[in-house]
Structure formats: C-alpha cells, structure tokens
Design a protein around this ligand. Sequence first.
Ligand SMILES: [Zn+2]
Length: 325
Amino acid sequence: MSIIQLDQIVKQTPKRTDGFVNYGQRPDNTFYQIPVIIIDGESPGPTLLIDCCTHGDEYEGTAAILKLAGEFENKKFNGKLVLVPALNIEAFVTMRRSTLSDEFNLNRIFPGNDHSYITHRLAHVYIERVVCCADAVITFHGGGKVLHLEPIIGYLPPTDDINQKSYEMAQAFNCKYTWRMQNLPFTGVSIVEYKKKYNIPCILPEVGSHCGRLHDYNKNVDICYNGSKNVMGYLNMIPDTGAEKVKDMMDVELNYLHCYNGGMQTLVKRENDIVEEGETMAYMQDIFGNVIEELKAPYKGVVIGFWSVPVIRPGDWWSLYAKIL
Ligand SMILES: [Zn+2]
C-alpha cells in the first residue's frame, strides 16, 4: 500500500490533512491541482477513496464529500478516507463537463498518460499517485447541466471476486437502480481502468440532475452522503448504518439512445416509466413546428434519465434507457 504524497498542504490536524497533488505547471507559475482530503481512522482498516467532478458540472457528490469530511474528522472509524471533492478542477471552476484547455472528457481517457494533453496527465497522475493507495473507490457522477437522471449505482459485471464486491458495494449503497456496466459504448472509463490496474472494487453512482437542482438538490446530496456511509458500513469501516433497504431494487443495463436530428424535443415517457417495445418515448419538432423525429423504445425497459433541455442537437443523448436484468 502506497502513501499519498501531497505537493502542497493547506491544513493539518492530528486526523485530517487537506492539500493538493499537482499535475502541471501553468504559464503563470501556478499549478493544476487535485484537491485531496485525507482522514485517518483510529484503527486499521481499508482505504476508501471517494471522488467527484470527473465531470466538472456534477456537484452533488462534492457537497456530500465535504459533509463526510466534516463528520469523520471528529468521529472514530476504521481505515482511512481519501476524499477528492473536485477531481477535474479546471472543469469544476469553469462549470463544464470537460476540461476547458483541451476539451477532453476525463471519463473517456483513463488511464491517461504523462506525455500528451493536460486531461491525460490528470488521469495519469491521479491513478499513479492517488488511486494507487485505495482499497475501494466510489466515484460520483450525475446529470450535470443537461440531463435528468434517477439515482443509479454503476458496478462492474461480477465476473470475479473483486467485481462481485463491486456489485455488493452497489447494493449496499442502497438506491433503487443498480447498473451493471456492460456493453458500454465508450472506453477510458475510470472504474474499468482502476480495476485493471489495481484489482480493487469500485462503484460509479450517478446521483443528481439538471432538473433536480431546483427542488431536490439537498435530497440528492443526502443520497450521496448516506450511500457513502452505507458502503463504509459494508467495508466494516463503521458499524452497519442500519438503513432500511430499498424494497423495489432493480438491476439494469443502461443504454444511451441518441437523436438523429436537432430541434425542440418533447418527452412522452419520463423517469421510472416502464415502456413497451415500440412505444413512443419522445418526439422532436423543427423550428417551424413540424414533427421530424420520434424516439421509439427499442425493447421493453425503464426510463432512467433523459435530455432535460428543450432544445437538443443532432447526436445528443435523448434518453438513458435501461434493460431490466
Ligand atoms: Zn459524469
């Protein structure tokens, strides 16, 4: 087990260290930095890494991480918490999904490398200097600025003992939907690469949404916070939280249904709707009001999320639609 070396420490108490890992020097002599909070428990146990803002506009996990940090710096637990409240700090401060400087989407380029663009360097430095120290990982995502998403907890298909543990962490998190991350249409995803490199169990909760920021923000932050504690209970870092288990848990494979055209979209089916094959899920009008496209369900499934802005562009994710396993 490695120990995380911070390049800059901003605050240190007997239990808690706040600081930064640097991943590149800017022309003005400042650094691109990953903020890291390390909290040591009283007794031996696993190191749990919890991060957020791989995509810079997904903040519910960030708020939960800060709440966890405030709580556990004053509370006994086993092991160590490594908390990263805003992994892609440049995307975070510019409120963008991807990095402003090079336009790369961090969650498509893991494990990165140290000899090309700054986002690749971020991925590489994070894996080599922070993820290397973890025994388990929770990496928060969400709907960001343009998607509604129901809380759904991604795990790696349970093909071995470690992925079985990933599945059990997803179940322990305790949301309605668990997402078996199979048949993904893209590569370079964080938890797939962490598992490959370090053989550790990881989950990817998607919690929080564009629509939910108006009325459900605190509820979604609490889902992240309580879910993290449920996983800490599962890992024996704290006593079992005793949270009442969600009754109608559903295991799904999530698929991304893209639109062909761009226009003004209207949703017919919404979150949690069970849809029969061939039913209309949404339609699109052009700028003169003509219906130019309909989204039909390709199979019987459940709506997890959707594009939540009235205007949609050709090729955008129209529906996040799941097969029930
Ligand atoms: Zn994301």
